[in-house]
Design a protein around this ligand. Structure first.
Ligand code: ADP
Ligand code: MG
Length: 623
């Protein structure tokens, strides 16, 4: 077959351009990424060989070899793993954008301090070769297949593929012609130092081939099989970096084994830094499943619930059958039991951390709390534990977060519900007019700002026998709280004039509001918008409609503060006002309620002209 030239997918091209401009300091990670791929290729072959003995043939010693050639200024990484055929090459190296391609390019472009070295986290580590090479050649032959292939690219727009007899008999050889400014990577000393730093726990020999004797650079033993007391922090850290493709330190390290009926070892890490794609539930997998030291899969859904997707590490089972396939994993009762065991251990660890080191836990929570809270919604069995692990912003203290237990302890004597305010941003929440009378009466309100909050709060309903109550929905009459005098608990008293005013405003605003009524929650502001008792809460409706799950947000109720001077004056003069003037004021009540809630106005030009009209009147010297 003759040579075929193919174009990179447009997203891949964009990524390559960004990668080629990357910082010098990050560049050495191309070696990590290639060794990680080579080691994956060997592990996948080992997995296949469990059901297909022949596939290994004579060549049973799986290894990765790095060769350096000073003369040609090149470095190559060779493995005798699973290899790739033409379709694999096309799919994996160029024409199909993997899910992380755009995500990583976006991160690089938007965020000037985001680091090219995180490329592996996005599942596009291979492309890091273009940080150092101006010409890349991949020679490969898939296990069990006759034809070998050559893939060549210089970055830019595309690559070529052709048949090639000189490909390894099985596996892949990737040769990089180093850019002038990346010459350092053909020096044995440099390469040895880089690889030694992290390769020790790769359970496969990594060889360095120079002009002299081939040399093994690592110990090639699986770190998690060693007793915890023989492993020091720096070894854990190296392994964490290897499995997570990142460069921070683990915040928490959990290394534990179970014995007896269900035997497995787990080495799990919670990262210090938040991976960029953590909020994507389909984002990168982080925990690898092994069965008796053989790698099975790294699709975490099989092993851990999505709300623990921030975990990185390995789980090695003694009991699962070696020939288990990714599909049968899902239905395996053993896997389900391992999952329960893992979740229990992680939850316990977090409970202990929350108690023993709350400030460190707060750091964990700020990165991963929004993810963990998904479990309150999705995992009824763990609901109570997860709620107890949750930290919330509240009006009690703007510098630190609170647990629900602490909130309950601080509740006022006659307070029967847990008040919360759900908002897009903490800033909006803190300055929301809805809080005014709660502040005035020192009643604490939780401020919920994660998208998942609206879901679980609906689902859970109550905590410790106390209902969750949104302060942006339904009536609020705080005279009920804090008062032994049941006479006070009556409906808010309204004068006849006030009734008339509400009606006139309601007439003018028409369909833009569901109703206009007197507010029990305002002290300083003129007005605010709330959801009707039976309607979906304000922010939840906004969120659902933004995602297309709701055709239109239900109209809200405009609440007016009867004690506000503006409102009192309006009652006094409304009979003498022109209809036009009154209408402008009524609409401004609605406009300013929207603005205070951090919303954009449906008709900004109308707002500007109303404001001008009212200003004109108020500055009129004849008045
Ligand atoms: P990831 O390793 O996260 O999947 P990469 O960009 O590093 O992402 O690699 C892309 C894909 O290319 C791999 O998933 C694998 O299918 C294939 N690949 C890369 N290197 C090799 C190799 N040495 N042997 C076999 N397949 C490889
Ligand atoms: Mg990779």
């Amino acid at each position: 077959m003759t040579q075929e030239t193919l174009n990179f997918n447009a997203e891949v091209s964009r990524l390559l351009e960004l990668v080629a401009r990357s910082l010098y300091a990050d560049r050495q990670i191309f070696l990590r990424e290639l060794i990680s791929n080579a080691s994956d290729a060997c592990e996948r072959l080992k997995f296949l060989s469990l059901t297909d003995q022949k596939i290994l043939g004579e060549d049973t010693e799986l290894a990765v070899t790095i060769s350096l050639d000073k003369r040609t200024r090149s470095i190559s990484i060779t493995d005798n793993g699973i290899g790739m055929n033409r379709e694999d090459l096309i799919e994996n190296l160029g024409t199909i954008a993997r899910s992380g391609t755009a995500a990583f390019a976006d991160a690089l472009e938007k965020n000037s301090d985001s680091d090219t070295s995180l490329i592996g986290q996005f599942g596009v580590g291979f492309y890091s070769v273009f940080m150092v090479a101006d010409h890349v050649e991949v020679l490969t032959r898939k296990a069990g297949e006759k034809t070998g292939w050559k893939w060549i690219s210089e970055g830019g727009d595309g690559f070529s593929i052709e048949e090639e007899d000189s490909a390894p008999l099985r596996g892949t050889k990737i040769s990089l012609h180093l850019r002038e400014d990346a010459r350092e990577f053909r020096e044995a000393l440099r390469v040895r130092t880089i690889v030694r730093e992290y390769a020790d726990h790769i359970a496969l020999p990594i060889m360095l081939d120079t002009d002299e004797e081939p040399e093994q650079l690592n110990e090639a033993s699986a770190i998690w099989t060693r007793p915890a007391k023989e492993i020091d922090d720096s070894q854990y850290e190296e392994f964490y970096r290897y499995v997570s493709h990142s460069f921070d330190q683990p915040l928490y390290t959990m290394h534990f084994s179970t014995e007896g009926r269900l035997a497995y070892t787990a080495l799990l890490f919670v990262p210090t830094m938040r991976p960029l794609d953590i909020m994507d539930p389909n984002g990168r997998r982080g925990v690898r499943l092994y069965v008796r030291r053989v790698f099975i899969t790294d699709e975490y859904e099989d092993l851990l619930p999505s709300y623990l997707r921030f975990l990185r590490g390995v789980v090695d089972s003694e009991d699962l059958p070696l020939n288990i396939s990714r599909d049968t994993l899902q239905d395996s009762p053993l896997v389900a039991r391992i999952q329960r065991g893992l979740v229990r251990h992680v939850v316990r660890t977090l409970q202990r951390q929350l108690q023993d080191e709350p400030s460190k836990y707060a750091e964990f929570w700020s990165n991963f709390g929004a993810v963990l809270k998904e479990g309150i919604y999705h995992d009824p069995d763990r609901r109570d534990d997860l709620i107890n692990l949750s930290l919330f912003n509240s009006t009690y203290d703007s510098d630190s977060q609170t647990t629900l237990k602490q909130y309950i302890e601080r509740m006022q004597e006659n307070q029967e519900v847990i008040y919360y305010l759900s908002a897009e941003e903490l800033e909006f929440a803190r300055s929301s007019p809805h809080l005014e009378s709660f502040r005035a009466k020192s009643i604490e309100v939780l401020l919920l700002t994660d998208a998942i909050d609206d879901f679980w709060v609906q689902e859970v309903g109550s905590y410790d026998g106390k209902d969750f109550r949104s302060i942006t929905r339904g009536q609020v009459n705080l005279n009920n709280e804090n008062s032994d005098d049941s006479e006070d608990n009556e409906e808010i008293q309204i004068s006849e004039e006030m009734k008339k005013l509400l009606e006139s405003i309601n007439n003018e605003l028409g369909d833009s509001v569901k109703d206009v009524r007197v507010s029990g929650r305002l002290t300083d502001s003129i007005s605010c918008l709330v959801a009707d008792d039976l309607d979906i809460d304000v922010r939840f409706a906004q969120m659902l409609s933004a995602h297309g799950s709701l055709n239109a947000e239900p109209p809200r109720i405009l609440e007016i503060n009867p004690e506000h001077t503006v409102v009192k004056n309006l009652i006094n003069i409304s009979d003498d006002m022109s209809q036009d003037h009154f209408n402008a004021v009524a609409n401004l009540f609605l406009d300013q309620a929207r603005i205070a809630a951090g919303e954009s106005l449906p008709d900004p030009a109308g707002f500007a002209s109303r404001l001008a009209q009212v200003l004109e009147k108020s500055l009129d010297s004849n008045k």
